[in-house]
Design a binder for this molecule. Sequence first.
Ligand SMILES: Cc1cc2nc3c(=O)[nH]c(=O)nc-3n(C[C@H](O)[C@H](O)[C@H](O)COP(=O)(O)O)c2cc1C
Length: 172
Amino acid sequence: MSTLIICGGAPGGLTAGVCGTIRDRLGGSAPVFYAGGYGHCTGCGSCASGGCVLDDGMDEVIDGFLSSDSIVLASPIRFSGPSSMLKTAMDRFQPLWYSRPEQGARRLFLLLTAGSDSPRTEYTEGIVRAFCASTGCAYSGCWLIPGTDRDDGAASADAVINDLVSSIQSPP
Ligand SMILES: Cc1cc2nc3c(=O)[nH]c(=O)nc-3n(C[C@H](O)[C@H](O)[C@H](O)COP(=O)(O)O)c2cc1C
């Protein structure tokens, strides 16, 4: 079983810390890619018949995605949506929209952190469900760490991370 983690939080931030903990609890072998390092898809269409014109390492992320059974997309909620960093990386999966991977070949787990105790997750989930449909992933649900802007905000993180890791390790 192999897992790929794409982190939509900035390095050093809370979401990045959560991604590191998820990786460690999965045994340390799951790669964590930071979404902020990749350029924007311009919609040029080159990937319909060849490779992406941007040479920034996103190919490695897509190769890792295709060779994994489970994908974790992690993001802080920003204005009730995913971070722009995560959305930018998601747009770069356009080659898979053209190649249409087999449906259900891998499971996708969404991990969100949020400053509010009752954030709106539905917009991010809608975007991620659409991503799943285009990239052949089975959407496995959303794990939320709320209230992170409070002093004791990350108190629920441990239980949420444990539950997510045990879901990833459970058979589909
Ligand atoms: C630009 C911006 C927009 C945000 N919008 C929301 C929001 O709509 N709902 C919410 O609950 N928290 C919101 N937050 C708070 C973050 O989700 C929260 O602080 C998060 O845990 C930070 O994670 P990070 O350290 O990985 O960036 C926002 C934070 C920023 C910087």
